[in-house]
Design a protein around this ligand. Structure first.
Ligand SMILES: Nc1nc2c(ncn2[C@@H]2O[C@H](COP(=O)(O)OP(=O)(O)O)[C@@H](O)[C@H]2O)c(=O)[nH]1
Ligand SMILES: [Mg+2]
Length: 481
């Protein structure tokens, strides 16, 4: 009997081994890359540029698989998730190359799948291989909502109203706070009153974003970036001044129910279905815009980074970490639009972002994932040049300012080129946070995308970029080794 048992045991494990080997063949190696950042940080341009560089097999020196000549083919294939809109790559790349205009902005999640064939690096497993890269572009505003999950309606109301009373916000918040005073949470449930309260709150949030803080960090994220929920009752709520428990058929009761529904129907599904499945995350940050806007905007940007890091590396012992432990093991923060600066300042821009992120890492006690920073331009709209001004030679950038852009009183027509000295970032990044850069002293006109010469076959040539190759190496280099 013993031999038979023994044999049966072996057969069982052999069958299991075979089953595992065959599922390995069926399951494609896949990496899910999340692209996020607040509105206008450069997500659409980054995703378009990334796909264009890979599918065009353009040389990317710091991206090892490309540098070593091991990249064979990259093509777009149907994405696995039917419920998520596809990222309209073809429209965006045509806008950039054929029309020389930036892609139109979008406010929702979208996705693409790239199938990459490559040659493995030297070693025992060398030979052809393939990797599916799923790219998910989603608004960074939605990450702000993670903070809501553990909050009650009462706590959220109190905190949001208190934040509106910060000294710098007085003027901006006044109309909303005034409207709040006229609302009684105990008043009978009344839909038009709920709508008015919610509209006044949304107007306040929009004014915050348009004001000197420039960066939006006050949740709910969908109020700033509604996606396909625009106009839905799920977004018709607002904080109220509460004096105690509210009855279900009062205005306060309605608001509380909507707040809870927002959490369970909007926030939780987003974190479960999208955020938690991301393997590698890039967070785009328009650092230059914040530097130029001044100290308040920089402070607000730091707060936004804290919140992003908190959602990416939720502390070990919280309720949130058990619910939403993210699996991303590499997080890259990227300062975008570096082409506005001469390359002498690119390292300074990187150093400034690194300083902001490291301060935030200390505050949030984030741990676990590898965190990197880079200063990049997904699409480089300028070239470098020198300008002579008052006996000095300055390191400048030249490009085509968008029609209507004005620099030193000159208004551009969208065709003429201009060389511009943008100003330089201080050598020590700390100096920026100490206010060494006068708000408005930097010159960052919006440039049109670059003119691209067609290649030998008449196809659109490659889009110039800055350090996009470094970003790719950090994000997925190890998966193409
Ligand atoms: N010069 C330059 N401008 C950029 C670059 N990336 C984005 N932009 C500018 O930033 C704007 C917003 O970018 P977009 O990708 O639409 O931002 P999103 O809202 O995060 O998707 C664009 O319309 C461009 O004006 C870049 O690499 N270089
Ligand atoms: Mg976009």
């Amino acid at each position: 009997m013993p031999p038979l048992t023994h044999f049966a045991g072996r057969a069982g494990s052999l069958a299991k081994a075979l089953a595992e080997a065959s599922t390995d063949l069926l399951v494609q190696p896949t990496v899910r890359v999340g692209v996020t950042g607040l509105a206008r940080s450069g997500k659409t341009v980054f995703t378009t540029a990334l796909v264009s560089q890979l599918t065009g097999l353009h040389p990317l020196p710091a991206f090892r698989v490309s540098q070593e000549g091991r990249l064979r083919r990259a093509r777009l294939v149907p994405q696995p998730d039917d419920a998520v809109p596809r990222f309209p790559y073809e429209d965006h790349v045509a806008a950039l190359t054929a029309e020389r205009r930036w892609p139109r902005s979008t406010d929702r999640i979208s996705q693409l799948r790239l199938a990459v064939d490559y040659e493995r690096g030297a070693g025992w497993r060398s030979g052809p291989a393939s990797l599916m890269i799923d790219i998910v572009d989603y608004p960074g505003e939605w990450l702000l909502d993670l903070a809501l999950i553990e909050q009650t309606y009462e706590g959220w109301s109190r905190e949001t109203i208190a934040a509106a009373q910060r000294p710098g916000r007085a003027a901006i918040a006044a109309p909303w706070l005034e409207a709040l005073r006229r609302l009684d949470p105990a008043q009978p449930l009344d839909e038009p009153a709920a709508e008015r309260a919610s509209d006044a709150f949304k107007t306040y949030l929009a004014a915050l974003r348009a004001g000197p803080e420039a960066v939006a960090t006050t949740p709910p994220g969908r109020f700033l970036m509604p996606g396909d929920l625009a106009g839905s009752p799920a977004l018709t709520f607002a904080p109220l001044v509460l004096a105690g428990p509210v009855s279900p058929d009062s205005l306060g009761g309605l608001m509380e129910r909507r707040f809870e529904a927002y959490k369970s129907r909007v926030v939780v599904p987003f974190f479960r279905e999208h955020f938690q499945r991301i393997d590698r995350q890039i967070v785009l940050v328009d650092v230059l815009a914040a530097v130029d806007a001044g100290a308040t905007a920089l402070a607000e940007l730091e707060e936004a980074l804290d919140r992003v890091l908190m959602s990416l590396r939720i502390g070990r012992n919280t309720v949130l970490s058990r619910l939403f432990a993210p699996r991303a093991d590499r997080i890259l923060f990227a300062a975008t639009k570096a082409d506005h600066l001469h390359h002498a300042s690119h390292d300074r821009l990187d150093a400034l972002l690194r300083l902001l992120v490291s301060r935030s890492l200390r505050r949030t006690e984030a741990a676990g994932a590898r965190v990197g920073t880079v200063a990049l331009a997904s699409v480089r709209a300028t070239r470098e040049t020198l300008v002579h001004e008052g006996g000095h030679t300055l390191q400048a950038v030249a490009g085509t300012p968008e029609a209507g852009e004005a620099i030193d009183g000159e208004v551009f027509d969208g065709e003429a080129e201009a060389a511009i000295f943008p100003g330089a970032l201080p050598e020590r990044p700390e100096a920026v946070l100490d206010g060494a850069v006068e708000p408005g002293s930097l010159r960052f006109p919006r440039f049109r995308p670059p003119r691209i010469a067609p290649d030998a076959l008449g196809r659109p040539g490659r889009l110039p970029q800055i350090r996009l190759d470094r970003a790719l190496q950090f994000l997925i280099g190890d998966r193409l080794a």
